[in-house]
Design a protein around this ligand. Structure first.
Ligand SMILES: Nc1ncnc2c1ncn2[C@@H]1O[C@H](COP(=O)(O)OP(=O)(O)OP(=O)(O)O)[C@@H](O)[C@H]1O
Length: 357
């Protein structure tokens, strides 16, 4: 396991009455591709700006390579930021744009020329030195913004929705580019996005945030397959989320029907959230299902069909490569391993009365 590079300790930040980060703790390892993921306004950009030195936390500290950098100016940190807006100087050539930071540091011209060549090669834009930014596509401009950050040899690149302004196809191409770049540079990337697919594709580690709190930290597989709460399950991919009752260990009551599951330790007859991914629901013959329903909607999605099944007055979202026409009577079967049981959030848990039968 690579070493810890950054330690964020008890960081809080408010703007007026708005508490944006609340005693947040997180560490980031050397060479990690870590993504801060969450809905708009959850505090991810604020956290990135604190790391970059553009905001100061009200409480807590940021440790980088063993040193407290909480009050160090952005240009004195070994972290460089790439913003969503490329922020290139339009009157300067690409070479001048890339050289800008190095010139300020009074680096010799031969050193600067080598760096420009190296950076343009890394972002696959060799020969673009004399072009002006306006003559480049959005994707190319974003690569130049990255090249400009790389020449400073940062240990960490902070990327704030850098692909947000690009169209879907280009965004997907750039996702692979960024992974390649990170591997070639061998540095840490901290990436902000609200796009869950982007986070799943690119990251070693995903930090799911909501309202200033970390909801879950894990690999893309962990976050997708083992969401820790209903917020994460709902935010990442499609989900069926049910108010359910944990009858006893390994048995959960969903929409009034008992389903075998594998979870234990929730107590008897406790309210829980039960999450089932649409691709984990098997549609079978009615008599073979744990409960019966009727197909009410079918949409062809290319790789699979997306179907809605009404069963016990609930809509079940099902993804399958087999198509069942609207009106088909079906049975619903779920493998016990594919039912995720989660504790209700604390506030709901306190309100929830235990349903002793
Ligand atoms: N400089 C500021 N002054 C006042 N409020 C701010 C400032 N910066 C951020 N906020 C507020 O802090 C909250 C979190 O903002 P932040 O930009 O960190 O969220 P985000 O998760 O990155 O969202 P988005 O994806 O929309 O950028 C928002 O309510 C925002 O309005």
């Amino acid at each position: 396991m690579p070493n810890k590079l950054i330690d964020i300790i008890d960081v809080s930040k408010s703007f007026g009455d708005n508490l944006v980060l609340d005693e947040l703790n997180l560490y980031i390892r050397e060479n990690e591709f870590l993504t801060l993921l969450g809905p708009s306004g959850c505090g991810k950009t604020t956290l990135l700006r604190i790391l970059g030195g553009f905001e100061t936390p009200d409480k807590g500290k940021v440790i980088f390579d063993g040193k407290d950098i909480t009050s160090i100016a952005p240009n004195k940190r070994q972290l460089n930021t790439v913003f969503q807006k490329y922020a290139l100087f339009t009157h300067m050539t690409i070479a001048e744009n890339i050289a800008f930071g190095l010139k300020i540091k009074n680096k010799p011209q031969s050193y600067i020329n080598d760096k420009i060549r190296y950076a343009l090669k890394l972002v696959n834009l060799e020969g673009f030195e004399e072009r002006l930014p306006d003559s480049l596509s959005g994707g190319q401009q974003q690569r130049i913004a990255i090249a400009r950050a790389i020449v400073n040899e940062p240990k960490v690149l902070l990327l704030d929705e850098p692909l947000g302004a690009l169209d879907l196809k280009l965004r997907q191409d750039m996702q692979y580019e960024l992974i390649r770049l990170k591997n070639e540079l061998g540095i840490t990337f901290i990436y902000v996005t609200h796009d869950q697919e982007e986070a799943l594709t690119m990251s070693d580690t995903i930090v799911v945030m909501n309202q200033g709190y970390i909801q879950q930290i894990g690999t893309p597989e962990d976050i997708y397959n083992e969401p820790e709460n209903a917020f994460v399950a709902d935010f990442i991919g499609d989900s069926n989320i049910f108010d359910a009752i944990m009858v006893e260990d390994k048995l959960v009551k969903i929409v009034g029907v008992n389903f075998p599951c594998v979870d234990t330790g929730f107590g008897r007859n406790k309210p829980v959230d039960a999450v089932i991914r649409p691709e984990d629901i098997d549609l079978v013959k009615p008599e073979e299902g744990t409960l019966q329903g009727i197909v009410t909607h079918v949409i062809f999605k290319g790789v699979h069909y997306e179907m809605e099944v009404t069963a016990n007055n609930y809509e079940w979202l099902v993804h399958s490569t087999d198509m069942f026409p609207v009106g088909t009577e079906v049975g619903i079967h779920v493998d016990p391993f594919d039912i995720q049981i989660m504790k209700k959030p604390e506030s709901e848990d306190e309100e929830a009365v235990s349903v002793e039968e």
